[in-house]
Design a protein around this ligand. Structure first.
Ligand code: VG1
Ligand code: CO
Length: 542
């Protein structure tokens, strides 16, 4: 029986950079999840009889959310619902299942790299039929709907069995529980030279993949160990846990410190990698060589033709604005275009669909291609392995050679987390006001040539996105970028992005923070995050 239940709006259900993220306790409020899901269903057009994909990263509240949303999706008229077994699906796997099954869309239950558990975060993101996150316009429509919602629809019925594969019926809607990994693994086989990677492992190449007790455990175990022959035990923290073992499933040198430490010195494996809560991010680290995500994007783009899926070359590249310009240099040398978009994967969607780009990425450890419409952590790891297998060089050799060819973009991001929201807004407002006056100034970091608030006009649909980050650019290619995070759940996170370009005849071997010293000092002088917050430094440096 379909119930129409009366409800009242929650005023703050605003989607951020990547869906809506809140504390679990917020989601557990009466009808909170139901309101948001109904607001989505009310804003995405006519899906009656169509297919919906559902899955999440296994964090606390994932299964409860799925049980509720299945009943709502049935009551709202979907014809078929595809769900990952035990409610599990990585973000890229959701994207693939939407595309493969020509679904109307899909819902991902995750707060990505944010911690989980009863005290942690939960999130919901809706992806459309192309498999990618919906545009800002739809997000705004969903938000507007949350403010006026009065009722939601739900079927009154028993919970479904999420543990067993198979097809069942719920009030005329087909419910299919699928293996979360199988279709995704088959897609990877079409893109990469599995024989070459298998031969690499047979030759004694070693790897450690840290799944951080998040969603990629089962994917990495099947693909890397069972299909490609990496030694048993190469995948660590491979069992998804509702609280990720109490840690942040954020693959960066701070939260994946154990892996990064292991890679220092000569005793560790040849290759290290990690992924985040929902499996869309990647950390790449070679023996004694951390690869910045911006460099990784550039290196993958320059070498993609070595993998069967990209053997004809790539059509174009895109990177988010704060991501270093390393990829631009590769695009130049390939004679293709590099697009600069605002932060967030949704801005790549139109370029991917229109066939303008094949590869895209962000400084926040996200890289992906037109194989799905999401960033894809394991995809990046497999492309790296494919390149290593073909080039028969180590990570450090490949990175150094890349810098010799293209020059080096020294790059770092400094995050100040849980800053008072008003204070953070004020600091950025003050900087915004200063920007025009900075142009033409000579500083220790070089001459400032522009200062603006980044805005973006989508080349495909013409939509305009304003206020996407404050930029200060220098004659020598250096940049300081400041923006507020749109994924945090406590106060504001100020992100400072620092970049300096050293041409190939320059000194390419400096330590990153040292190379960026004058930019770091100038950023503090201009923005004053440390002095205003009274902090000694950033919480996280990547
Ligand atoms: C962060 C990253 C951004 C990424 C987003 C979602 O957003 O900076 O590059 O797309 O997270 O990633 P923000 O607004 O906090 O800077 V994930 O792995 O959460 O889907
Ligand atoms: Co993620």
């Amino acid at each position: 029986m379909i119930n129409t239940i009366t409800t009242a709006p929650y005023p703050e259900q605003k989607p951020g950079t990547s869906g809506m993220r809140k504390r679990v306790v917020v989601f557990q409020q009466n009808h909170y999840l139901e309101n948001y899901i109904q607001a989505i269903f009310d804003s995405i057009g006519d899906f009656s009889g169509q297919t919906l994909v559902l899955g999440g990263d296994g964090r606390f509240y994932n299964k409860e959310a799925i049980q509720t949303v299945v009943k709502m999706a049935v009551a709202n008229g979907f014809g078929k619902i595809i769900i990952g077994q035990n409610g599990l699906l990585s973000t890229p796997a959701v994207s693939h299942l939407i595309r493969k099954n020509k679904a109307y869309g899909g819902l991902v239950f995750s707060a990505s790299h944010n911690p989980g558990g009863p005290e942690g975060d939960f999130g919901v993101k809706y992806n459309n039929g192309s498999g990618g996150p919906v545009s800002e316009t739809i997000n705004e429509a969903v938000y507007a709907r949350t403010l006026e919602i009065e009722q939601f629809k739900i079927l009154k019925t028993d919970d479904i069995d999420l543990a067993t594969h198979g097809v069942s019926d719920m009030a005329g809607t087909v419910i299919e529980v699928v293996d979360p990994v199988k279709d995704y693994a088959a897609l990877m086989q079409t893109l990469f030279d599995f024989d070459a990677i298998r031969a690499l492992f047979e030759g004694g190449f070693t790897l450690q993949f840290d799944a951080m007790h998040a969603i990629t455990g089962p994917y990495a175990t099947l693909i890397l160990q069972d299909m490609l022959g990496a030694a048993k035990g190469s995948v660590v923290n491979g069992i998804p846990l509702p609280d990720f073992g109490g840690k942040h499933p954020d693959p960066n040198p701070v939260h994946a410190k154990a892996l990064c430490d292991l890679m220092l010195g000569d005793e560790g494996p040849d290759f290290g990698a990690a992924s985040d809560g929902d499996g869309d991010r990647n950390l790449i680290v070679g023996k004694n060589q951390y690869v910045t995500p911006s460099d990784s994007l550039a290196i993958l783009a320059a070498n993609a033709h070595l993998a069967p899926g990209y053997k004809g070359g790539i059509k174009g590249i895109a990177r988010s604005m704060p991501t270093s310009a390393a990829a631009d240099r590769v695009a130049d040398s390939l004679g293709i275009k590099c697009y600069e978009t605002p932060t967030g994967w949704k801005y790549f969607g139109n370029l991917l669909s229109a066939g303008k780009i094949s590869i895209c990425g962000e400084e926040s450890a996200g890289t992906g291609s037109d194989h799905v419409q999401e960033k894809d952590g394991l995809w990046a790891v497999l492309l790296w392995l494919n390149i290593l297998a073909k080039r028969k060089q180590s990570v450090v050799e490949i990175v150094r050679e890349h810098w010799q060819t293209y020059g080096r973009n020294y790059y770092s991001r400094h995050d100040y987390e849980a800053v008072d929201t008003q204070l953070a807004d004020d600091l950025l407002a003050k900087l915004r006001a200063k920007l025009p006056g900075l142009v033409g100034q000579e500083t220790e970091a070089g001459k400032i040539t522009y200062g603006d608030d980044f805005s973006y006009d989508d080349p495909i649909d013409g939509s305009h996105s304003a206020s996407q980050g404050l930029r200060i650019g220098f004659e020598n290619g250096a940049r300081i970028v400041a923006r507020l995070s749109g994924t945090g759940t406590v106060g504001a996170t100020i992100r400072l992005y620092l970049e300096r370009y050293e041409p190939r005849d320059g000194d390419l071997g400096q330590e990153t923070q040292t190379a960026l010293k004058s930019l770091i000092a100038l950023a503090e002088e201009l923005i004053g995050v440390k002095s205003a917050t009274g902090r000694a430094g950033p919480n996280v440096i990547t």
